[in-house]
Design a protein around this ligand. Structure first.
Ligand code: NAD
Length: 341
C-alpha cells in the first residue's frame, strides 16, 4: 500500500501470455502506484479473460487501441520479440513511457530504428526488461565491483542452465533468448561493451532435441580487456541455475549459489533448485516493475534503455555468426550517441 495521493499509473499490457499474465498479476496484486488499465492480445479471448478479473480494465485485440484507451499512461510490452518494433514505435508516436520485455526488437537494424525514433523524440521513454539488473545478488556484485575493493575485474565465469526447453528451440534462440541475458548483465556489471564473440560446442547431450547443439560455451571479449565465458545448457534436466563468478585482481566473488534453506535428513544434506526463471527471479521482476513505475511517475527512465537493447542485439548477431562459422566474430555497432537524460 502507498500513501501517495497521486492517481496510479494506468498501464496497458500488450501480450497476455506467460510473461504478460505474470506482469498483470504483479501490477494488480504486488506493486504499488500502478493499475492495469488495458490489456491487448491478438488472441482477444485471452485478453478478455485477463481483463475480466480486473476492475476498470479494457480488453483489446489491437495494441494501438489499447494504447489509446482511456486512463492509459504507460505501456508494458510482453508480446513476442518480432512484434516489439511496431508497438514500440506506436508508443513513441504517442509519447508513452514503455517497459518492453527483452529482446527490445529482433535484430540490430530494427533496434537502431527504435533508438533513433527515441532520439528524435528528444527524451528517453523506453526501458528494456533486463531484470537481472534488479536481482538482489546481481546488485550486490555490481556494488562490489564498482567499489574497487577487489581491484579490476579480469574475467566473469557464467553458467545458465534450464531444466528443459520446448522441442522447437534452435541454436539461434540459445543466443537470442538465453545468452542475451548474460550479454546485458556482463556489459552492466563491468561497465564495458562487448567487442567479439566465440562459440564452442562440446558433443551434444543425449537429452538435446534433434538439431539443437546443447550445451554450448560462449566466450566474449570486452573493450576494457575482460574475458567472459558462459556455459549455456538449456536441457540440464535438474533445475534453473544462473551463476556468475567474478575474478578480480584481489579476489573473487560468486552469486547464484542459491544457499537458501538447507536440510539434513536420511544421510543426505541439500536444498532446492528453482524450477524456472519466474521462480528464481520473482523478486527481481517485482523490483524491476516497481522501479519502472516509480521512475515513470517522476517522468524519468532509470533502467536499461534503447542503447542497451541495441548493443545486445548487435552482440547477438555476432554470437549467431560465431555459432555458424566457429570463428571469433567482432561485434559491429555504431558509436554510442549522446542520449538526453
Ligand atoms: P507467450 O508466447 O507466452 O505470450 C505471448 C503473447 O503475446 C501471446 O498471448 C500471444 O497471443 C500474444 N501476441 C502475439 N503477437 C502479438 C501482437 N502483435 N500483439 C499483441 N499480442 C501478441 O510469450 P512469453 O514467454 O510471455 O514472452 C513474451 C516476451 O517476454 C518475449 O519478448 C520474451 O522474450 C520475453 N521473456 C522475457 C523473460 C525474462 O526473463 N525477462 C522470460 C521469458 C520471456
Amino acid at each position: 500500500m502507498t500513501n501517495d495521493a497521486r492517481p496510479p499509473l494506468g498501464v496497458a499490457v500488450i501480450g497476455t501470455g506467460m510473461m504478460g499474465a505474470d506482469h498483470v498479476r504483479r501490477i494488480d496484486e504486488v506493486i504499488s502506484g500502478a493499475r492495469v488499465a488495458a490489456v491487448a492480445d491478438i488472441d482477444e479471448g485471452r485478453a478478455k479473460d485477463m481483463a475480466a478479473g480486473i476492475h476498470g480494465c479494457g480488453a483489446y485485440a489491437d495494441p494501438a487501441e489499447a494504447m489509446a484507451a482511456p486512463g492509459v499512461d504507460a505501456v508494458l510490452i510482453a508480446s513476442p520479440g518480432p512484434a516489439h518494433e511496431e508497438t514500440l514505435l506506436a508508443a513513441l508516436a504517442r509519447d508513452l513511457p514503455v517497459l518492453c520485455e527483452k529482446p527490445m526488437t529482433t535484430g540490430s537494424e530494427s533496434a537502431l530504428r527504435v533508438l533513433e525514433a527515441e532520439l528524435r523524440l528528444g527524451h528517453r521513454r523506453i526501458q528494456v526488461g533486463y531484470m537481472r539488473r534488479y536481482d538482489a545478488e546481481y546488485l550486490q556484485l555490481k556494488a562490489l565491483l564498482d567499489s574497487g575493493e577487489l581491484g579490476r575485474p579480469l574475467m566473469l565465469h557464467c553458467r545458465h542452465r534450464n531444466v528443459s526447453v520446448h522441442r522447437y528451440f534452435t541454436d539461434e534462440m540459445l543466443i537470442n533468448d538465453s545468452v542475451s541475458h548474460e550479454f546485458d548483465a556482463a556489459r552492466w556489471l563491468l561497465g564495458q561493451e562487448i567487442t567479439a564473440v566465440r562459440v564452442l560446442r562440446p558433443a551434444p547431450s543425449g537429452h538435446a532435441p534433434a538439431g539443437l547443439s546443447d550445451p554450448q560455451f560462449v566466450v566474449f571479449e570486452t573493450d576494457g580487456g575482460a574475458i567472459v565465458d558462459v556455459e549455456i545448457f538449456v536441457n540440464s534436466g535438474f533445475g534453473y541455475q544462473v551463476q556468475t563468478e567474478a575474478v578480480c585482481e584481489r579476489g573473487t566473488a560468486r552469486i547464484g549459489e542459491a544457499h537458501g534453506l538447507m536440510t539434513s535428513t536420511a544421510g543426505r544434506w541439500g536444498g532446492a533448485i528453482a524450477p524456472d526463471f519466474l521462480a528464481r527471479f520473482a523478486a527481481a521482476y517485482d523490483r524491476e516493475v516497481q522501479a519502472w513505475v516509480d521512475a515513470t511517475r517522476r517522468g524519468h527512465v532509470t533502467g536499461p534503455g534503447t542503447w542497451d537493447g541495441y548493443a545486445v542485439a548487435a552482440v547477438c548477431e555476432a554470437g549467431i555468426e560465431a555459432q555458424r562459422t566457429g570463428r571469433r566474430v567482432p561485434v559491429r555497432m555504431i558509436d554510442r550517441p549522446a542520449f538526453p537524460s
